[in-house]
Design a protein around this ligand. Structure first.
Ligand SMILES: [Zn+2]
Length: 360
């Protein structure tokens, strides 16, 4: 498997360089140029050669879309792409995988969640990525399903994304507070210490810490989005969220330095995406609103003033005297704004909604 990963990613890097230099993003066009060399130079079979080409073409397209000016390359231990012709799920949780030598049989070690999805026939099984991490192989299987028609909402649940409480809804319920904050603070201090050291060991520790942090964020984001969507579903409400475009820009106005650090260092975009994906799968409507001034406006009388928000956590209206937790006040405003917005996210597919990961 390791030898296959090395050959596969060398081939993918070659395909990407050709695509990049010749300005090709179309898989079929790329195929005619790279197919021969991929097979003869890198020893890939016909089908794995196509997978390497696809991985390269998609990476080049993504690089163009992100405005990157460097050609994508792949590390020897990077993932192997599998499609319907190169991998096959077998009985008794086994999987058959193409390699540069022959087909090998792997044993999937499925958790409860993975098993439930893999054997749920309403989920269509697509391609897969074989990923190496810390000496173990993980097979990420993509599954897709048509989203249900969203319920007709009876109201809106507004969600404010914030720095102290990552998410607060318009009922005043907060999602992930003190404990998450403590972990983040501790990691930040660790990072600072390591950044001062210049040894190889310190640099390695920093990279490990960054990986750990991103797994932690992803896990927390999954939990928060799950809770929010479940609540909206139970109450038959639509979710009102701030527009994605505002998530970064909003950090510029008025946040103190330390708060800005916390806010930009959390993966809010990912959280927003998770909520959107899970909502679509559950048939919960999501409405995106312009979040400007939602934290400064009074949810009772509508008076908008910077002074209304005296501290990070407290809101006190200078006009009518209404007081509330600042995050809750903002979430209520977001819910109000949703009433006049068109529905968001009409895409009928949840692509890769459940990416099942199995341990081999
Ligand atoms: Zn007021």
């Amino acid at each position: 498997m390791r030898a296959t990963a090395v050959a596969f990613n060398a081939a993918a890097t070659y395909c990407a360089s050709v695509a990049w230099e010749m300005g090709i993003t179309n898989k079929n066009k790329l195929h005619h140029v790279v197919y021969g060399p991929t097979r003869s130079e890198y020893g890939l079979g016909a089908q794995l050669a196509c997978c390497a080409r696809d991985k390269a073409a998609e990476a080049v397209r993504a690089a163009h879309a992100n405005g990157s000016d460097t050609c994508p390359t792949f590390r020897p231990e990077s993932s192997i792409r599998y499609d319907a012709r190169t991998y096959r799920l077998m009985s008794m949780d086994r999987v058959s995988l193409n390699t540069i030598h022959r087909r090998v049989m792997g044993q999937l070690v499925l958790g409860e969640y993975q098993r439930r999805h893999l054997y749920d026939t309403t989920w269509k099984i697509g391609g897969a990525e074989l990923v190496q991490r810390d000496g173990q192989f993980f097979l990420h299987i993509t599954q897709t399903k048509l989203n249900p028609t969203p319920d007709e909402p009876t109201g809106f649940l507004g969600v404010d994304l914030g720095i102290v409480n990552l998410a607060t809804d318009s009922d005043g319920e907060t999602f992930s507070g003190e404990q998450v904050k403590q972990v983040r603070e501790r990691r930040f201090r660790q990072r600072q210490r390591l950044q001062q050291a210049t040894t190889r060991r310190a640099r390695w520790r920093l990279r490990q810490l960054a990986k750990k942090e991103s797994r932690f964020q992803k896990d927390v984001n999954h939990q928060i989005s799950k809770q929010l969507v479940r609540k909206a579903k139970t109450e038959r409400k639509a979710l009102a969220l701030e527009e994605l475009t505002h998530i970064r820009t909003r950090t510029d106005n008025g946040w103190r330095r330390s708060q800005r650090r916390l806010r930009t260092s959390w993966a809010f975009r990912q959280l927003r995406t998770f909520i959107g994906d899970k909502a679509a799968q559950a048939g919960v409507l999501v409405v995106a609103v312009d979040p400007r001034n939602t934290s400064r406006t009074c949810a009772v009388c509508g008076y908008c003033d910077k002074q209304n928000r005296k501290t990070q956590s407290h809101f006190c209206c200078r006009s009518c005297g209404y007081t509330a937790a600042a995050d809750t006040n903002a979430a209520v405003n977001i819910a109000f704004r949703a009433v006049r917005q068109p529905a968001y996210g009409a895409a009928p597919f949840s692509s890769g909604g459940a990416s099942t990961s199995c341990l081999l």
